[in-house]
Design a protein around this ligand. Structure first.
Ligand SMILES: [Fe+2]
Ligand SMILES: [Fe+2]
Length: 363
């Protein structure tokens, strides 16, 4: 079941119940979204009846030639009997066959001629998708595509506006583009690993990845002489730096008003990331000195990811620590500065985090 906040997940679920009345054999409807920059295809929303849904599946499209070819040729695909292609290398197809689905219909979705994802219709019986059914499902596919575009395009508009603001002031910023890439990937990995424990949906995890690079957007309002000052800050200067959190929230509010995006779903995730990335688990952070679980989970995740990366790279006021020293600082402060669940995930998966550090190394 999608969480209450999962707007698209809820719409998919209600669409599926509607379709089930007309086509009772249709037992699954799922969306995977595509990110052109990373070539990643990720499960996003899923309505599965009588099967455990596949969750957090993520693969490079280029590594799934069958889907890549559908995308390139704007073609749909019917698999009449999944039993016959059990040997397929695609984990998605393997999962479908393993769960007992027998036939499937796949539709690539496009926005302005660019691939935005795939829609999967699956059935428990073989040869379920005949010509007539496909014609009806194509109409629903159009509808789902519009839903997806409606859901995602305001987020891209917002990110575009914020990135423009960021780029305009980029030369003043000490934090490199790679810092944002690494910390957003650390955040994404933390959220994936915490998903079962904290009931985090795929939509939530995707928005966390999209929004976490914007955590310090408020720094565009901090004067150069303070932002770029090498060495220790005075108490007053530090107080000025701390205002970047509230400045960030003000920027978001005015952009939302300006672009008429006030009702944008999931905007609370962005606000919590900006508002809480300097809160600390023991209440010693700022601006609200929130404590423990009063800090929203997205704030706790991003705080952990941000500090891990900040420590392991140079800043005007400090040299870079090694990855292992930075890592130990975070885990030594488990339950003090940082969320203990985030720290356990770090400890259990150190090599996966190190891989992100190595992949996006500064040159
Ligand atoms: Fe910050
Ligand atoms: Fe940062």
């Amino acid at each position: 079941m999608p969480a209450e906040k999962d707007i698209l997940g809820a719409k998919i679920l209600s669409l599926h119940s509607e379709l089930m009345c007309a086509f009772p054999g249709l037992s699954r409807l799922a969306i995977a979204i595509y990110d052109k920059e990373s070539d990643l295809l990720k499960t996003f929303a899923d309505s599965t009846v009588d099967h455990s849904p596949i969750r957090y599946y993520c693969a490079k499209l280029s590594a799934v030639p069958s889907l890549q070819s559908l995308a390139d040729n704007h073609q749909t695909r019917v698999i009449e009997d999944l039993e016959n292609i059990r040997d397929s290398l695609s984990p998605h197809t393997q999962w479908l066959a393993h769960e007992g689905f027998r036939s499937s219909y796949t539709v690539p979705m496009y926005g302005h001629d660019h691939l935005i994802g795939f829609l999967f219709f699956d059935a428990d019986r073989p040869k379920y998708f005949d010509e007539l059914l496909i014609q009806s499902l194509n109409i629903y596919a159009e509808l789902v595509t519009s839903l997806l575009i409606n859901e995602l395009s305001p987020i891209f508009t917002l990110r575009g506006a914020l990135n423009t603001a960021r780029n305009l002031t980029h030369h003043r910023d000490n934090e490199t583009a790679l810092h944002l890439t690494r910390m957003s990937h650390y955040s994404h990995l933390l959220a994936q690993k915490l998903s079962a424990q904290h009931d985090l949906s795929e939509e939530f995890i995707e928005y966390l990845l999209q929004y976490s690079p914007l955590h310090d957007i408020g720094k565009i309002g901090i004067p150069d002489d303070i932002l770029l000052k090498p060495g220790r800050l005075t108490e007053d200067e530090y107080a000025t730096i701390k205002t970047h959190v509230d400045i960030g929230l003000d920027i978001i509010d005015s952009i939302l008003r300006e672009f008429e995006l006030v009702s944008l779903s999931h905007i609370d995730i962005l606000k919590n990331i900006i508002g809480c990335h300097h809160e600390r688990y023991d209440g010693s952070g700022y601006p609200k000195k929130l404590k423990g679980e009063d800090i929203p989970i997205e704030g706790r995740i991003v705080a952990t990811a941000d500090v891990l990366d900040a420590l392991s790279h140079p800043r005007p006021y400090k040299k870079a620590w090694s990855f292992d020293d930075s890592f130990c600082y975070i885990t030594d402060n488990s339950g003090i500065l940082f969320d203990p669940d985030c720290c356990s995930i770090l400890q259990e998966n150190i090599e996966e985090f190190r891989r992100i550090y190595e992949t996006f190394k500064e040159v």
